[in-house]
Design a protein around this ligand. Structure first.
Ligand SMILES: [Ca+2]
Length: 344
């Protein structure tokens, strides 16, 4: 089931002024990057954290132990909190989404071939034409031959995976293979949500992630999805990692840019695919896979817009087939304290 404009209107009417926990840092200065501004550090980054190597903590930061009650009373149905307080042990987590540069090092070292490369195709967001009156929700997903992590929008697109952008077109299997090579794991939903809260702040459901001066503090969709992207935050699609203000734990892009895979199964099932359903596209195109279990993904992506999918929030969640690669889902890794050997 996909939430459309009617769902949004109903949700908005019901939820105004309800409060969310959130990773927005009040008062933080949002720099609006532009692709041709050489003074913006994230744009100049090579995409590899200092000392990058397997079985190190390169690029990670320590999140202290604590506890969290997942979810929110005011969001989509699948966000309703269970009321259970979950104890979280301290763990290390990537400060950014895993980049193409990092994933490339993994591929060079292991010869790994991703699921999308084996499949020969993957799901790609393509903005539909406004003039197409026959279009339906979700028609903006196309099953593109040759699309994979190296060419996330397909071989005919001018867009190529940039070293400092988050790797996308990866499945959970791919992400776990990378994590294992690094001596790490994927976060649970609880770990992800706890880390994303960054120590705990508040956000209203009807507000976009903006700072007190009104500037976007994440890479999401400003304008009217899927027709008008005003690019107010500087990016139509993926941004290099680390371009927006970090949360209280020093973590970048927990909200927006790319959705992030977790290791948890999705059992809520009420509000699937807030930006349309790439699985339906893959299925109708005859894709060989994608009957797999569904996972929880977190954080929203550059496709989340106020008029369609307000999942640019810490408590928001989404379902993703474990073996379906798409152009808006990536991941970051964790290292649980005492769970794995590390050289540093
Ligand atoms: Ca954007």
């Amino acid at each position: 089931m996909k939430p459309g404009a009617q769902d949004f209107n109903l949700l908005a009417a019901c939820c105004v002024l309800l409060v969310f926990s959130c990773a927005i840092v009040p008062g933080s200065a949002a720099r609006i990057p532009t692709a041709d501004d050489p003074t913006v550090a994230c744009l100049r980054s090579r995409g590899l954290p200092e000392g990058f190597a397997p079985r190190t903590k390169s690029g990670m930061t320590l999140v202290p132990a604590g506890s969290v009650v997942l979810g929110s009373q005011g969001g989509y149905a699948d966000e309703a909190p269970s009321g259970e307080r979950i104890v979280i042990a301290a763990f290390w987590i990537d400060r950014t989404e895993v980049t193409n540069a990092q994933f490339s090092e993994f591929v060079k070292a292991t010869g790994y071939v991703t699921d999308a490369e084996r499949e020969g195709a993957s799901a790609v967001f393509k903005a539909p034409k406004k003039s197409d009156r026959s279009r339906r929700d979700g028609d903006w997903w196309q099953w593109i031959q040759g699309a994979n992590w190296r060419m996330p929008e397909g071989p005919s697109s001018a867009a190529r995976a940039q070293p400092n952008e988050p790797v996308v077109q990866v499945t959970q299997h791919d992400a776990l293979a990378y994590a294992k090579w690094m001596g790490r794991d994927l976060p649970s939903e609880a770990e992800w949500e706890y880390a994303a809260a960054g120590g705990g702040r508040q956000e209203l459901v009807d507000r976009q992630p903006r700072d007190p001066k009104g500037r976007p503090v994440a890479n999401y969709w400003q304008g009217i999805f899927p027709d008008v992207n005003t690019k107010e935050d500087g990016f139509v699609a993926l941004a290099p990692v680390g371009c927006f203000p970090k949360n209280g734990y020093g973590l970048a892009d927990m909200i927006g840019n790319a959705w992030e895979l977790t290791r948890d199964r999705y059992t809520g099932g009420h509000q699937a695919h807030g930006n349309g359903d790439p699985w339906q596209t893959a299925k109708s195109a005859g894709a060989k896979t994608h009957d797999s279990e569904r996972l929880v993904i977190k954080g929203g992506s550059f496709l989340c817009a106020e008029n369609y999918c307000m999942r640019y929030r810490v408590t928001a969640r989404e379902a993703q087939e474990a073996d379906l690669a798409t152009s808006h889902v990536g991941f970051r890794t964790v290292l649980r304290v005492g769970a794995a050997p590390s050289a540093r």
